[in-house]
Ligand binder design. Sequence first.
Ligand code: CU
Length: 159
Amino acid sequence: MKKTAALVMALTAFSVFLAASAAAQPATSCCNSPGVVPTGQPGEPVFQDLAKSGKKCWIGEVNYFTWEFDKTPKMGTSILIIKLFDRDGKRVSDLAIIGRSDMPSMRGAHDSGEVAFKNNKAGDYLLPVNVVMPGDWEVRLTFSRNGIVIFRGRIAFDV
Ligand SMILES: [Cu+2]
């Protein structure tokens, strides 16, 4: 009986201690929990949707380009071809272009990573795109001059 009473008293004292220490916590300690922080990375670059295949896509007022696939994309490898021009319509190849393909609906599942386009003799920029599953696909394009990104665009297509 005595033992029980002592235990009850000890528990009561402990509860009071817990309540006191909880009250002593700063009121702001609840904030900054991961759930409160907005998801998505701040400053994530925006890739604007490009004009249709064969249409002029302007990069500022200095260059424009057109894009096309060597064939309608289907399962397997298609080649994405970009032709770059100066403002007067003369073919140029003085920009670096990087492509990255993936399926938007399952981002990361088939991410190609950033792959540099390669120039052929005519100055076309070429990128093999590996379509490994039917569905929605995209290629994100990044254009750079002397290491500085000057344009980002996105091609979306279904297979
Ligand atoms: Cu997929």
